[in-house]
Design a protein around this ligand. Structure first.
Ligand code: CTP
Length: 407
């Protein structure tokens, strides 16, 4: 957990900062929000207080006994200003300190990140350009505004990037580099097994957990290659992206990219079966009543093959992690099935999650148990997919210390 000051200056993009606050909180951080006075025209203090869980004021004259204008900045691990208006940039560049946010910017020694948002003319004005240069020269990290629709009918550079993008761009400042120097291959999403040119057999994996793992691994300092099979969410920034579609494509991609990696995380939901034949043209209704019978054949078990390949092939990852989507039934528990699967697959770690119509697939949150082949006690975690991903990455970091991470 880090302590973050989230400064908000008075632009209409303040509403995106509300979403950023949620992302920071979901990732487990303590956040003190400091809006400038006029922010109340866009988002009220009640919203910031409810979502941050901390009191919120713009004034240096509230809670004076805490000396907030110095204390919040001194305690912070990171100070962000989202959105940063032209006026705020000018004040920060000049070292003015006439409210709680600008005072905090002077008092802090933590890294400062600002995400400017304003109309294109204001962003390109020589005064703003000079202020941005001054701030950058003082090591303030300025996130380039995006191009696109602005408040009125105009469009151009000046738009605040999406909260997810801003969140991703500060991950390196929020995480310990526990996987620094490690090369990690992650598969995410769900495979599609073609039936004909337009149809496929698929599954309900959205790729959210795999993307969160890639984000958490990259934030932990790893060099990440993400093999994406049909993600419903954008791939994170700062990872090398490889696309695959069917289980056979995925197998090829995994065996191409696994050599030289230290860790592989097989998070993709791989179809166990595929249609025996792929029709060249769309399957048609031949008459009024009959329906085709589709013959399926087994797909390779990529994870098990990769584990086995290590006995004959040099340079494959020494630490392989599987994911098990399990449901309990009258024959056994989720955990029992997980332990049996860990043994069957032969990998070093298995992350078990319970799936069902309303659990895991496509949801924002997840419940997991991490099982280890070496007999270490299982670790459980619950929370947002990013929180869960961070636990998995911590466990991998822990387990690979002392483990010959690359054979
Ligand atoms: N997996 C794989 N190749 C397959 C099937 C699964 O590599 N053909 C990997 C998944 O990426 C995951 C792990 O194996 O890391 C477990 O996936 P899961 O679907 O739970 O296991 P299955 O082996 O398919 O077992 P089950 O019979 O329970 O479906």
């Amino acid at each position: 957990m880090k302590r973050i000051v989230l400064g908000v200056s008075a632009g209409i993009a303040a509403y995106k900062s509300v979403l950023l606050l949620r992302l920071l909180r979901e990732a487990g951080h303590h956040v003190d929000v400091i809006p400038t006075g006029n922010v109340e025209n866009f988002v009220g203090n009640a919203t910031w207080e409810a979502l941050s869980g901390n009191p919120v004021t713009s004034s240096v004259f509230d809670a004076v006994e805490n000396v907030n204008h110095v204390r919040l900045g001194q305690m912070a691990d990171l100070v962000m200003v989202v959105p940063a208006t032209a006026d705020l940039l000018a004040k920060a560049a000049s070292g003015l300190a006439d409210d709680l946010l600008t005072g905090t910017l002077l008092a802090t020694r933590a890294p400062i990140v600002m995400a400017p948002a304003m109309h294109t003319e204001m962003w390109q004005h020589p005064a703003t350009v000079a202020n941005v240069k001054t701030l950058r020269d003082r090591s303030v990290r300025i996130i380039e505004p995006a191009s696109g629709r602005l408040t009125g009918k105009d469009s151009g550079p000046g738009r605040l990037p999406d909260p997810e993008e801003i969140f991703a761009s500060v991950q390196d400042l929020l995480s310990e580099p526990i996987l620094a120097g490690q090369k990690v291959l992650i598969t995410a999403g769900g495979t599609r097994e073609p039936l004909d040119p337009v149809r496929f057999l698929g599954n309900r994996s959205s790729g959210r957990q795999g993307v969160a793992l890639a984000e958490a691994a990259r934030a932990a300092g790893a060099e990440v290659t993400l093999i994406a099979t049909h993600l419903e969410v954008p791939a994170p920034h700062g990872v090398s992206l490889v696309e695959a579609s069917s289980a056979l494509d995925l197998r090829e991609a995994v065996f191409t990219h696994a050599p030289g990696k230290n860790v592989v995380i097989m998070n993709a939901a791989v179809a166990d079966f595929r249609p025996a034949t792929i029709e060249n043209s769309k399957i048609k209704k031949r008459d009024e009543t009959s329906a085709p019978v589709i013959e399926l054949v087994r797909n390779p078990d990529i994870l098990a093959e990769l584990v086995q390949a290590r006995s004959t092939t040099e340079n494959l990852p020494g630490f392989i992690v599987g994911f098990a989507a399990e449901t309990g039934d009258e024959m056994g528990t989720v955990l029992g099935y997980g332990r049996a699967k860990l043994e069957r697959k032969g990998c070093e770690m298995l992350v078990v999650n319970e799936v069902g119509a309303t659990l895991t697939f496509g949801q924002e949150t997840n419940n997991i148990q991490v099982l280890f082949a070496d007999g270490t006690d299982a670790v459980s975690a619950a929370g947002s997919k990013l929180e869960v991903a961070r636990v998995v990455i911590e466990q991998i970091s822990h387990a690979t210390k002392g483990h010959a991470a690359q054979k």
